[in-house]
Ligand binder design. Structure first.
Ligand SMILES: Nc1ncnc2c1ncn2[C@@H]1O[C@H](COP(=O)(O)OP(=O)(O)OP(=O)(O)O)[C@@H](O)[C@H]1O
Ligand SMILES: [Mg+2]
Length: 253
């Protein structure tokens, strides 16, 4: 499904993080390197507490590593973006380039399904970031809701949706700003097996169709048969690192 020639979209190089734990210093992430290509789902599994979510928050510009480099290669602007930034700059990078799907959708009860998606654009406008205008936002929201199988649900409130439908809104909302990187942290943990499988397939499907680079964390290895690659985290180390690391160049187009 994924061309081996697809360019690297997210590159984590030698990421390490230590925390002070009482008198001791504890290593949370130990020299992690991982590349994810456009259109590829990399599954990340590993025991609880092994560092999966911490790695995701670093890749999502929500936290900074002690050392190492995280780079996003933007297909739109053909530029390399350093993700080791903080504050307003980190928020701007996330807004333009990264979609994040957490287990808890944190959808706003007062808004309809479509408004959840439109709010992503409005937030950007509050911070003075340009967007494609109202009509463009409406069209994007409608397109995404179709893509996640929620056509006809645009005007429902969140309380009128099932857990699986809320998970679909969560995915659609993360894609609203056309991110190049999608970071997914156990969005199906509270769903039954069948619904979880459908939401996982949806994430894999949009990854392949939209050419997003997706990091998908799950406890359930069974969810990952459609993944392009699976890596395992144990005690802050990656057990199956990407052996086909490419020379990191920004691909044209
Ligand atoms: N702010 C923090 N300060 C100190 N330690 C932390 C902090 N955040 C996380 N940790 C520790 O880092 C380790 C990795 O946590 P993380 O949440 O990344 O694990 P995880 O692999 O996502 O686990 P789970 O599968 O349970 O979600 C854990 O031991 C956790 O206690
Ligand atoms: Mg976690």
């Amino acid at each position: 499904m994924t061309s081996t020639k697809a360019p690297v979209a997210l590159s984590l190089e030698n990421i390490s993080l230590k925390v002070q734990d009482g008198d001791a210093i504890r290593t949370i992430l130990d020299n992690i390197s991982l590349d994810i290509r456009a259109g590829e789902v990399v599954g990340l599994v590993g025991p609880s507490g092994s560092g999966k979510s911490t790695l995701l928050t670093i890749a999502g510009c929500l936290k900074q590593a002690d050392s190492g480099v995280v780079t996003l290669y933007s297909r739109n602007k053909n530029e390399a973006i350093d993700l080791g930034v903080k504050g307003a700059e980190a928020a701007r990078v996330r807004r333009h380039h990264i979609g994040i799907v957490f287990q808890q959708p944190n959808l706003l009860p007062a808004l309809t399904v479509k408004q959840q998606l439109l709010a992503m654009r409005r937030l950007g406008r509050i911070f003075g970031w340009s967007d494609g205008g109202k009509r463009d936002a409406e069209a994007r929201a409608e397109e995404l809701l179709r893509a996640v199988g929620l056509e006809g649900f645009e005007n429902r409130r969140i309380s009128q949706l099932s857990g699986g439908q809320q998970a679909r809104v969560n995915v659609a909302r993360a894609l609203m700003n056309s991110p190049e990187v999608l970071l997914v942290d156990e969005p199906t943990a509270a769903l039954d097996q069948k619904t979880a499988g459908a939401v996982t397939r949806l994430i894999m499907d949009v990854t392949h169709k939209m050419g997003v680079a997706t990091l998908y964390i799950t406890h359930d290895l069974g969810q990952l048969h459609g993944a392009d690659r699976i890596v395992e985290m144990v005690d802050g180390r990656l057990q199956h690192t990407d052996h086909e690391r490419v020379g990191v160049t920004v691909a044209a187009g």
